[in-house]
Design a protein around this ligand. Structure first.
Ligand SMILES: [Zn+2]
Ligand SMILES: [Zn+2]
Ligand SMILES: [Zn+2]
Length: 434
């Protein structure tokens, strides 16, 4: 059981909804503030999750009641808590209450944790009332721990072409005045030893600055956008648009060494870290590259990493999925392994499989998720779009089939697609189609 949190409430700023504002002059714009002064980073094991800065019911700041069991907070607009309670009273959020016992009136306030477990509320005659509906799920988190986004990209792909700016924009909605949110764009073009030295020196300089910040970041989002060799899955450090032969592609483990310095890996090792690799799918589907990708995730101490299996990867087709991933895994802190498949729609699934690499306690596991649809992708396998002989388009139909033993569980009414017997009804039409 986690230790009881020391304070019961905190005040955070509410989101602005416009209104009136003083008129300012352009020359009053303040210069950016850079925080310095050293403080050692915590190791990953000692990251203590502070209470969230947003109410998990209405997704806004304000006067927050902090749960004694989990990092969730509930604001005073969403729950009516009596005034002038002593700070050492225990507050239990609706989510933790439901987790203990589903159908029991919600009291929320207890003199001690023992009283909660024994079911003795502080005010047995006053149940707490929730005044608003959940804006997310009843188990959501609104996790706004200080987060830094590293946008590594091959320089031939411009910043706005990567998902980095959109991820930043999405997260900004949860970070008041961008407090605790930082974005570093890291274009690389490495085709010589001196290119590499210049790039890694710049990266290490960033890490030095980050290590000197007064409030260290707790979470890292690592975005990597590059090309990958279609046959082997090697990753590009330089792309020559005119002459492919002048491009540089490296085996994945060498790419990892060329781009990520030991100092950078050490920095990431102390954070909660999630990686996204945006590259064509050979890096996932070729066995050797896949194995080295897992090693790269381990070297970077990523807790989770997503990569994509489409042979010709189009980031734009995955954008809705990425945005949903950021929402569910970064903000709501849901478990990736448990939820990855749940929002895999036809738009992303028709294009690509999704590879999840999970790194926990030194063990690196990978899983490939494929989209299945009884009409076009039974069991995740593409049906041919055309009859190979007569060229009729989509001549097959779904035929109920006995299910293989391993598919039966939870999948009872799933039918396999099969090329159906068909006859050509109008030969002229077919000839036109050919
Ligand atoms: Zn609220
Ligand atoms: Zn809780
Ligand atoms: Zn045919």
């Amino acid at each position: 059981m986690p230790p009881k949190r020391s304070t019961r409430t905190k005040q955070t700023a509410q989101k602005s909804t416009g209104g009136s504002a003083p008129r300012r002059a352009l020359d009053q714009l303040p210069s950016p503030v850079v925080e310095h002064a050293g403080e050692a980073n915590a190791s990953k094991e000692t990251i203590i999750e502070e209470s969230d800065d947003y109410c998990f019911v209405c997704v806004d700041g304000g006067h927050l009641n902090l749960c004694s069991l989990c990092p969730r907070a509930v604001c005073n607009r969403c729950v009516t808590v009596p005034k002038d309670l002593p700070e050492d009273v225990v507050f239990i959020c609706p989510c933790c209450h439901e987790a203990k016992e589903v159908l029991r009136p919600y009291f929320g306030l207890y003199r001690s944790m023992d009283d909660f477990h024994e079911g003795h509320p502080l005010f047995p005659n006053d149940k707490l009332r929730l005044n608003q509906a959940y804006q997310l799920s009843a188990k959501a988190r609104v996790c706004t721990m200080p987060t830094i986004i590293f946008n590594f990209r091959i320089s031939s792909i411009s910043g706005p072409e990567t998902v980095g700016p959109a991820v930043l924009q999405q997260l900004k909605g949860y970070y008041l005045a961008e407090k605790g949110l930082m974005y570093i764009d890291l274009p690389f073009r490495i085709e010589s030893r001196s290119d590499r030295e210049r790039f890694t020196r710049g990266l290490d300089k960033h890490v030095d600055d980050l290590n000197n910040m007064r409030t260290p970041f707790q979470r890292v989002l690592l975005l990597i956008t590059t090309h990958s060799d279609h046959d082997r899955g090697d990753l590009f450090t330089y792309m020559d648009p005119e002459d492919q032969n002048k491009s540089w592609a490296l085996q994945v483990h060498q790419f990892s060494e060329a781009i990520f310095t030991d100092k950078f890996c050490n920095y990431v090792s102390t954070k909660l870290a999630t990686g996204f690799l945006f590259a064509c799918g050979a890096v996932v589907t070729k066995e050797e590259s896949h194995k080295e990708l897992k090693d790269m995730a381990a070297r970077l101490h990523l807790d989770d990493m997503l990569a994509f299996g489409a042979p010709h990867f189009h980031p734009i087709l995955t954008w809705a999925y990425i945005a949903e991933s950021i929402q569910q895994f970064v903000i709501e802190r849901k478990d990736m392994s448990a939820h990855l498949a749940s929002f895999m729609t036809s738009s992303v699934g028709g294009h690509t499989s999704i590879c999840h690499i999970a790194h926990e306690k030194g063990q690196v596991e990978s899983a490939l998720y494929v989209y299945a649809n009884r009409a076009v992708r039974p069991y995740g396998m593409d049906l041919p779009p055309q009859c190979p002989e007569c060229c009729c388009l989509r001549p097959w139909k779904a035929v109920p089939q006995p299910l293989p033993e391993e598919k039966k569980k939870g999948d009872e009414d799933f039918t396999a697609g099969k090329l159906a017997e068909h006859q050509i009804s109008d030969p002229d039409e077919v000839r036109l189609a050919v």
